[in-house]
Design a protein around this ligand. Structure first.
Ligand SMILES: NC(=O)c1ccc[n+]([C@@H]2O[C@H](COP(=O)([O-])OP(=O)(O)OC[C@H]3O[C@@H](n4cnc5c(N)ncnc54)[C@H](O)[C@@H]3O)[C@@H](O)[C@H]2O)c1
Length: 442
């Protein structure tokens, strides 16, 4: 069992977390960190803060909090910045998002009011249903990218940051396919200069981040760092990237349940998923183009978990449907229903119903924290390009070209844990377990 010796540069000094999009998820994340720092709440849902890692053999009884095992930036060392098309500071935006109680936000008013969004790179063709005034102008998309790079450098200097990460928390852009301009860095840069309509704002942010050697994670389903040109740029400049689309409510449940059904070889006839959602995210998803991005991301999960080509009689004819309905009274408190038609021994049908009354941003906020801290860890460990070990956090995990992404939550966690052991120079754990019975020697 491999032991390794990766050199991890310690997390000294300040880590700046840059967030394109300072809406419900971003403000719930920032306010949450400030509340936790003040002892007002617990970091529930965060692996970096609460997760334990088993070390060595089971009979050694060794384990450690992840944050004690490996050098991870402390909450005290974090500072926050970002961009939005609306000028509201984080206190105002969080109050409008109505995720957290006003009483809690009022206790955090001082630090939250200080964080004001920088002007955004925005394009109405990519997000059609909202618009705001806080936007950059420039002759070309290249100019806009240069302005973002300047923002990044200024933020780092003004806040005395040692390192930065960028986590996309802005609205879902309309669905696009890869275009020739996305193929190589030179076609991408030429397209920036030529104002090619196929270059989206999120790609401009990702490009700016990578050029400044800032790790970039994509929390939404739109195609940003996923294009070959930016993937290659990340490798060339040795910058970590990951995505796409936070795995929270309904899809989280899907990636817990579907692997379980498959493990028992229970068949699946259909999976019908519907949601009602009333936040700004839901408003943006009314646009069929933005919904298409979400739908593709949500639908891909089942196919890749169930492998219908390997199990045609169990999963070869699954009717999978996903709907999101914008319903303002619910705000951020989404309700998801799943009807799952399964079949067992001799084909006898059964049903499972899941009714998840969740809170979207409450589920997403700890993911933003973990991604920021783990992406910083990756950079300090010289792990660059796609960070497959962070698939755990995403509905559509990025994987090397030609490689099927891993969707099973428990396998993803195993991979994440082993990557931490790998970075920390501990033995990797393969769960064989035969050494305990004297069948295999140590
Ligand atoms: N909450 C979840 O559980 C969850 C799960 C998966 C993915 N996501 C994704 O996370 C993202 C954020 O979700 P949210 O609920 O915070 O949405 P939100 O609408 O509350 O916030 C998004 C913010 O992005 C801003 N914005 C839009 N385009 C921008 C641009 N080009 N530059 C800068 N700012 C821009 C909007 O003005 C808005 O304030 C969405 O893409 C959503 O699909 C959320």
């Amino acid at each position: 069992m491999t032991k390794t010796n990766v050199k991890v540069i310690p997390a000294t000094g300040k880590l700046g977390i840059l967030l394109p999009g300072m809406g419900a998820v971003a403000t719930t994340f920032i306010a949450g960190v400030e509340a936790i720092k003040r002892g007002l709440a617990e970091p529930v849902g965060s692996l970096t803060q609460m997760g334990q890692l088993r070390l060595g053999k089971r009979n050694e009884n060794r384990s450690s909090l992840i944050k004690d095992f490996i050098s991870i930036a402390s909450l005290e060392s974090l500072c926050f910045g970002g961009w939005d098309i609306f000028e509201d500071n984080v206190y105002e935006a969080a109050s409008k998002a109505k995720v957290l109680e006003q009483n809690l936000l009022n206790q955090l008013k001082e630090p939250l009011s200080k964080i004001k969004p920088m002007s955004a790179v925005f394009d109405k063709n990519y997000i059609t249903l909202i618009d705001g005034k806080n936007k950059k102008t420039g002759k070309t998309k290249k100019d806009l990218a240069e302005q973002l790079r300047e923002d990044i450098r200024r933020f780092k200097k003004e806040n005395n940051c040692d390192r930065l990460v960028m986590i996309w928390c802005a609205s879902t852009e309309v669905y696009t396919e890869n275009a020739p301009c996305h193929e190589t860095l030179s076609t991408f840069e030429a397209a920036l200069l030529a104002n090619d309509p196929m270059i989206s704002p999120s790609q401009i942010y990702a490009y700016a981040a990578l050029m400044e050697r800032v790790p970039y994670a994509n929390g939404s389903p739109n195609r940003s760092v996923e294009v070959p040109a930016l993937r290659d740029l990340a490798r060339e400049l040795r910058v970590p990237i990951c995505g796409s689309d936070y795995k929270t409510g309904q899809t989280l449940m899907k990636t817990i349940l579907a692997p379980g059904l498959k493990s028992r070889l229970l068949g699946l006839a259909g999976w019908y998923s519907t949601n009602i959602l009333g936040n700004r995210d839901g408003e943006v998803l009314v646009d069929p183009g933005s919904f298409k991005s979400k739908e593709v991301s949500k639908l891909s999960v089942l196919d890749q978990i169930l492998e219908p080509e390997a199990y045609p009689s169990l999963y070869g004819n699954v009717h999978h449907q996903v709907q999101i309905n914008y319903y303002p009274p619910r705000g951020d408190n989404k309700e998801g229903w799943d009807n799952i038609d399964i079949f067992g021994w001799l084909g006898y049908p059964m049903q499972i119903k899941v009714n998840f009354l969740c809170r979207d941003s409450i589920l997403a906020a700890p993911l933003v924290l973990d991604l920021a801290l783990f992406m910083d860890l990756a950079q300090r460990s010289d792990l660059y390009g796609i960070q497959e070990w962070l698939s755990f956090y995403f509905k559509s995990p990025l994987a090397a070209p030609g490689l099927k992404p891993e969707h099973d939550l428990q396998v993803q966690l195993l991979k994440l844990h082993n990557t931490l052991r790998f970075m920390g120079g501990e033995e990797l754990i393969n769960h064989l377990g035969l050494t305990y019975y004297g069948i295999v020697e140590e």
